[in-house]
Design a protein around this ligand. Sequence first.
Ligand code: ADP
Ligand code: MG
Length: 705
Amino acid sequence: MPSVPRGNFSNRQTQFSERRQKIIQQRKSLPITPVEKRLVEEVRKHDVLIIVGETGSGKTTQIPQFLFDAGFCRDGRVIGITQPRRVAAVTVAKRVAEECGVELGQKVGYSVRFDDATSGSTRIKYMTDGLLLREALLDPYLSKYSVIIVDEAHERTVHTDVLMGLLKNVQLARSSSVSGGQGLIFGNKNMNKLLEKENDQSGSFLKKPHHEKYAPLKLIIMSASLDARAFSEYFGGAKAVHIQGRQFPVDIFYTRDAETDYLDASLITIFQIHLEEGPGDILVFLTGQEEIESVERLINEKLPQLPQENQKLLVVSIFAALPSEQQMRVFAPAPSGFRKVILATNIAETSVTIPGIKYVIDPGFVKARSYDPGKGMESLIIIPASKSQALQRSGRAGREGPGKCFRLYPEREFEKLEDSTMPEIKRCNLSNVILQLKALGVDDILGFDFIEKPSRAAIIKSLEQLFLLGALTDECQLSDPVGHQMARLPLDPLYSKALILASQFNCLEEMLITVALLSVESIFYSPRDKLEEARTATKCFSSPEGDHITLINVYRASNDFLEKRSMEMNTAKTEKVYRKWCKENFINSRSLRHARDIHRQIQGHVEQMGLNLSSCGDDMLQFRRCLAASFFLNAAVKQPDGTYRTLASGQVVQIHPSSVLFRQKPECVIFNELVQTNNKYVRNLTRVDYLWLTELAPQYYAMHN
Ligand code: ADP
Ligand code: MG
């Protein structure tokens, strides 16, 4: 027998060089490769360039490399590429690092909320649009960047929209600073005055004095939708270039009738393709982690019932909360003889391109934020996808050869779809971005140069909310210290406020756990067919006071469990036992792990801020009072018929069946989430005393009686 280490080593080396060859080959064949020179020329010529190109043509992975090679990172400057989605930022950075043959976090890196893989030597930096907005708080001129690429601009996330407004100002300021210029101009007000003021003081938030000369900033806006007009107009008639993609024909199939249960219909279609169609991977578009995990489980339950030769189906998934080490699994080819089925959110629509797909299943839905400024309430709803989304989705089947797309709705429904999705800024609560704009020194939010203005009502409602939370003063300025502290935390303003209050209520430890757990999808794993079993298993964690304390109980129980084990076992073994513990207790181990990560990060932030990290011990009354003081805007009282009425907006809602208070129906609750299906449900509740609200939030309840 040959010596094992040597055999392995040379084998690995061959594999490695084969993989490199393959990558070189793939890069050569991308539609964007032949136009490298032209693109670089256009970037040199124009300060703002709009690049439109079909998905998969190579925009995201190649253009930053072209610009690096063309010398745009001289003097240690950085090319920044923003993505609306963290998964895209992470997976694309990994891919590009591999293409460049470098270690992730060196020349190529990524930075997303709660996860940073960059270093001083990073020159190509992928990040979320939200993260770059935060960077602007520390460095208003974004001085380390030579080029900023706003990718996936067609998605029109609220962060992308605000970022474009910000970048327009930064670019103006940087170009004029070279000629002795005028500094940042935001909206109607001149931020320069503010910056000067800041500069006069020591401890300015500006790293460099504003009279220092900055090199001009190049801006590239990239989009997968063909309509570049809105972007071009916004940037003063900026030049747009189009990159031809390569697309094979895709046959579209519709169902005869509307489906009542699209998860079930997806499952049937997956198996139908698997059993009746030729080789090729399947991509299924679902709306979120819960749906994905439920379909994944159903497939894996059904598979063993098939004849042995039909069991070669490998399920992989991709969604935001997937641990980053698992995200790359979707890209790996299935083992020989296997068919891969990829369960994805709309991340796979345009943000990432997965090779090998021949079949697409599109139930036609998407999870979206929805905001009613009249009621001041944001909710997550599942709505029909738009026509342009349907087209992008089907296009994924025809990248490497002819494909098929199965739309799980009748053809007549397609005609009724909206042409494109409404920009998020028109359907979300704006408190978060307003807080950030205020922190950047933008005083006049109504006058800010948005690419598309949110409604006046929505802006005013959000300003009012920030005022009620104590983040803004009577003059609509950021308050000191609360407003500034809130702007520093990378969280929803309600959660930031909760943490700040918790340090006064001596329950910051409890609130940290709560906020971390509320930031992930449900940590309870409740398969539809095992609801009772799940309920029994999780009973030991339940608190009669509500879901927040129940969540804390789970978190602490898992901590205790890990602490006990890790002393006696190595990590791989602990991992296995941990997963088993989660499974037995019907806990979603992925979500819990994600929450643990978030917890660690937020703890870092609050420690830096010098908040008092104390625990209320068993005094949960104190904690519940703190919840009431924090979430008073989301309070609801029971009505005679057993439904609830929200105090702020007067909406009739029901307690979600997943809540531990579902059967108890207390008189008054605070909640964290409003979900809308056929009914309106509130989720994540805690029982509070009605009188606490007037006592702890007089600024609101005195006003509203
Ligand atoms: P665009 O941004 O124009 O949509 P990308 O630059 O994202 O295109 O992708 C270009 C090509 O790189 C695609 O063909 C895709 O299959 C491939 N690719 C991207 N990421 C990976 C990955 N992690 N593994 C394998 N191939 C990848
Ligand atoms: Mg892309």
